[in-house]
Each structure stands twice: as structure tokens, then as C-alpha cells.
Design a protein around this ligand. Structure first.
Ligand code: DON
Length: 356
């Protein structure tokens, strides 16, 4: 294809950009499939499903921005963006994919991945646990229940107590080293250098007394080995990383693609550890509503109070939707509805198979 383009540019003495534009225009007029880009032609059925889903839910007015972190209450509730990245590196989008929101709890997935990479899957299973708590994401009762009634590591890294403890396990001598490790790890999944939303970080750091208490409690019970204040602070900063829908979808697609970013082609994590991360997402990704979510989609997913949700169709694609208004469990209303619709229309529920 490239060689043909080169010959034609020489033949007609025009630039490759002009020729590509001319051919794309001709294809549009003739009704042919769009010209193949660097990653090949887009699948028109995915384009249609994304556009129709966007139009179906764009005026849905349910839910409310998180406001226990003051800066999140001020985020535009009308941001609505959908992105889907396939494991062969094609990017599909609908709506607003430029606006960035803080990643919030979706970050927990990638810190969990980092700790599994550093210490192996047992590093999490034997210390924090990999079971659903069935309680809210910032429940203190869940810590007490796990400790006093269940007598062991019966939490997971995707609820606040387990997440703060997981962050405390990331290796690094100083706070800066730990932080740089986390931020560059997230950036590998997104395929671009991510940055912190300083306003959200400041706002949450000033109002996160409950998480500080959770950090102290996790230290008291030995889940955090040292410096619970630092663990909570780094955790708060990781939640403040800014992302758009395409970043999130690429991060999800990297998990869908055995840990290799399908766009940048960088191996962000080892393939053998991906199933452990996806299992915890399937168990606890949408907190106490994870069962309902799995019932309708069959996909491991993770939500954040910034309004994002990612879902992973292993071997197929990663998808993300951003829309800040949340339901009572803390999950974006529109993101849940849009992803469930797309998964159903693209037949991506792995439990839904046709008999042979
Ligand atoms: O620690 C918190 O409360 C927030 N930084 C993150 C919570 C969150 O995203 C829960 N998500 N649905």
C-alpha cells in the first residue's frame, strides 16, 4: 500500500498527504469503506454501535457528581465520552474524548498490577486478600469484619483499605521514587505521559480524613508495614491522575492484550500476571454492585468517582466511558449503561456463547 502511494505521488507530483486526502474523499463519495489508516480500516459495525450508544444515552440525566471531594463537584457533569481500543490497536471513539477527569479508583487496578509484578500473585492473596467485601468502597466496618470475624486477609485491592495497603507495598526507597514508579507505570498503559490534576489532589488531600483513618487502621492491623501517612498521601495522588476516555480505553486494552499496549506496542506488564488483575476486577471492580455488573456484562471492570469506568474484553478490546454523575454505589450512571449496551451489541460477553 505504502509503495503504491509512493509511486502515485511521484507519478502525479503531489504530496502523500494530499493524495491520501483525495483518495479518502473519493472513497467517501463512492460509498466505499474508509481508506485504511496506519492501523488498517475501521470496523464499521463498531463505529455504528458507538455512535448509536452515544446518541441513546447523551441526554440521560440521572446521578450526581461525587461531592465528598469538593473539586469533583465542580467538574462539568455533561462530559460524556466513549472510547474502545481493540487488541490490534484500532481506536474507536464517540463524543468527548478530549476532556480529562481524575482517574480515581480506576488507578487501584494498575497499582495492584504493579505490586503483583513486583511480588507475585501471592503477595496480594496472602496479605490483603482477593475477595469481595460486599460493602462500600470506603467502609471501615469491612476492615473490622475481615479482621475480627473472618480472621484473615478477606479484602481486596480495589476498595480503599486494600488499595491504600497495596500502594504501601510499591517498592522504592523514597516517596518520590515510589511516586515516579507509579506514574510511569500508569503512563505505559496509557501510551503517553500522564500528569496529576493538582486541584483535585489538593482538594482530596485536604478532605481525606476518612482515608487517613483507614490508613492508620490498616497499619494498626499490620496490613501496612510502615508510614501509613505516606501510603495514604501517595494513594491520594494516584487517584488524582488526569485521563481522558481514550487513555482509559488504551489502559483497559493493554489488559485485554496480555499486558502489551496494542497502540504503542510496549509490554507494560507480564502476560502471566494479567489474569490475576482481571479476576480481582471481576470480583470487586464496581464495589458492592459488582455482581449486578457481571450479571449484565460478564466483563471485568473498574469504576472511579471521577466518572470513568473501564471494562476489559480479554483478547478483544478495552472500553472506557467518562460521565461524572454517579449512582449511590459511586459508579457512573451513563458509563454503566453505555458499556453494557455496547458489550451486548458487540456480543462481547464471554459467558454468552452459541452451542456447537
Ligand atoms: O479514596 C477515595 O475516596 C477516592 N480517591 C477514590 C474513590 C473511588 O473512586 C471509588 N469509586 N467508585
Amino acid at each position: 500500500m505504502i509503495r503504491t502511494l509512493e509511486r502515485m505521488t511521484t507519478m502525479f507530483r503531489i504530496s502523500r498527504t494530499m493524495l491520501t486526502a483525495a483518495l479518502a474523499g473519493a472513497a467517501a463519495v463512492s460509498g466505499l469503506a474508509p481508506l485504511a489508516g496506519a492501523q488498517g480500516p475501521q470496523d464499521q459495525s463498531i463505529v455504528t454501535v458507538l455512535n448509536e450508544t452515544y446518541n441513546k444515552f447523551r441526554s440521560l440525566q440521572e446521578g450526581k457528581n461525587a461531592d465528598y471531594i469538593p473539586a469533583l463537584a465542580a467538574v462539568d457533569p455533561n462530559i460524556f465520552g466513549i472510547a474502545l481500543v481493540t487488541t490490534d490497536g484500532k481506536v474507536y471513539t464517540a463524543g468527548d474524548i478530549k476532556s480529562e477527569v481524575s482517574i480515581q479508583s480506576i488507578s487501584k487496578v494498575f497499582t495492584l498490577a504493579k505490586v503483583i509484578e513486583e511480588g507475585g500473585p501471592e503477595a496480594i492473596e496472602n496479605t490483603i486478600g482477593v475477595d469481595a467485601t460486599g460493602m462500600r468502597f470506603n467502609s471501615i466496618v469491612s476492615v473490622e469484619f475481615s479482621q475480627k470475624t473472618l480472621g484473615g486477609p478477606e479484602m481486596n485491592s480495589l476498595v480503599n483499605p486494600g488499595a491504600i495497603a497495596t500502594t504501601s507495598m510499591v517498592k522504592g526507597g523514597t516517596r518520590d521514587q515510589v511516586w515516579n514508579t507509579i506514574l510511569s507505570y500508569y503512563s505505559d498503559f496509557a501510551g503517553r505521559p500522564l500528569a496529576v490534576n493538582q486541584e483535585v489532589f489538593k482538594s482530596e488531600a485536604e478532605t481525606n480524613q476518612r482515608n487517613q483513618a483507614i490508613g492508620a487502621l490498616m497499619y494498626a492491623y499490620g496490613y501496612i508495614k510502615s508510614n501509613p501517612q505516606q501510603a495514604t498521601d501517595v494513594y491520594t495522588e494516584q487517584c488524582s491522575v488526569n485521563v481522558n476516555a481514550k487513555d482509559l480505553a488504551t489502559m483497559a486494552a493493554t489488559l485485554a492484550n496480555g499486558g502489551k499496549n496494542p497502540v504503542s506496542k510496549k509490554q507494560a506488564m507480564s502476560t502471566k500476571n494479567v489474569p490475576y488483575v482481571l479476576a480481582v476486577m471481576a470480583t470487586a471492580g464496581l464495589y458492592d454492585d459488582t455482581g449486578k455488573w457481571l450479571y449484565h456484562t460478564g466483563l471485568p471492570a473498574k469504576s472511579g468517582v471521577g466518572g470513568g469506568i473501564i471494562a476489559v474484553a480479554p483478547g478483544k478490546f478495552g472500553i472506557a466511558v467518562i460521565s461524572p454523575p454517579l449512582d449511590d454505589a459511586g459508579n457512573s450512571v451513563k458509563a454503566q449503561r453505555a458499556i453494557a449496551e455496547i458489550v451486548q451489541r458487540l456480543n462481547a460477553n464471554p459467558y454468552a456463547v452459541q452451542p456447537r
